[in-house]
Design a protein around this ligand. Structure first.
Ligand code: FMN
Length: 186
């Protein structure tokens, strides 16, 4: 198994070049999400695959100003659902957790296929939902930006973003988020 390889290779790159989007590729992504675990097997996730130029252009208009790089996307996957689609156990709402797992499976599969799959939160949810025909009571949790990594750094990127193309942004030390046997923060 090469899961660790895909985990290590995955990066949220922002310099993209076009990639051909086929029905086969969309099915492959969908099948990777389909078998993810979920609370009581509720499978709460929903995905809208956007690859028609006209529809992509409309979505680009909903992006935050720092996300101009997204305009090079070949495919955008809208991830949506609502809390009631999954287990609600007291104050524990599982819809984001389960949908996040299914989405991560898809992202790793994209990585394995040599593609960039970059999740973003920087978009106008209400406007994007209207364009996609998603009901008001659903949350459009993220858009996954799909393309091929370009070696040429996209000039629209900010300086920190340009640095991010070269090396992975720093991470917390393990000691900062790992606890053994008991939660004992320093
Ligand atoms: C939920 C979520 C929202 C994000 N939103 C944005 C975004 O709006 N714009 C952007 O450029 N990157 C966005 N990112 C990418 C992160 O900035 C990136 O994953 C992080 O800096 C770590 O870099 P790495 O994924 O390459 O290791 C988002 C990532 C996640 C998981």
């Amino acid at each position: 198994m090469d899961v660790k390889k895909a985990i290590n290779k995955r990066r949220a790159y922002r310099s993209l070049e076009p990639v051909e989007i086929t029905e086969e590729l969309i099915k492959d992504f969908a099948e990777s999400a389909q078998i993810a675990p979920s609370c009581m097997n509720k499978q709460p996730w929903k995905f809208v695959f956007i690859h028609e130029r006209e529809q992509l252009e409309k979505i680009f208009k909903t992006l935050s100003s720092g996300n101009k790089w997204v305009e090079k996307a070949s495919l955008i996957i809208g991830v949506f659902n609502k809390p009631e689609d999954d287990c609600i156990i007291g104050e524990r709402l599982y819809y984001l957790f389960d949908t996040g797992m299914a989405t991560a499976f898809m992202i790793l599969r994209a990585t394995e296929l040599g593609l960039v799959a970059h999740p973003i939160a920087g978009f106008n949810e209400q406007k994007a939902k209207e364009i996609l025909g998603i009901n008001k009571d659903e949350r459009l949790i993220t858009l996954i930006i799909i393309g091929k990594h370009s070696k040429e750094v996209n000039p629209v990127l900010s300086e920190p973003m340009k640095l991010g193309e070269k090396s992975r942004p720093p991470r917390k030390l393990l000691e900062e988020f790992i606890f053994i046997n008991k939660y004992n923060p320093k």
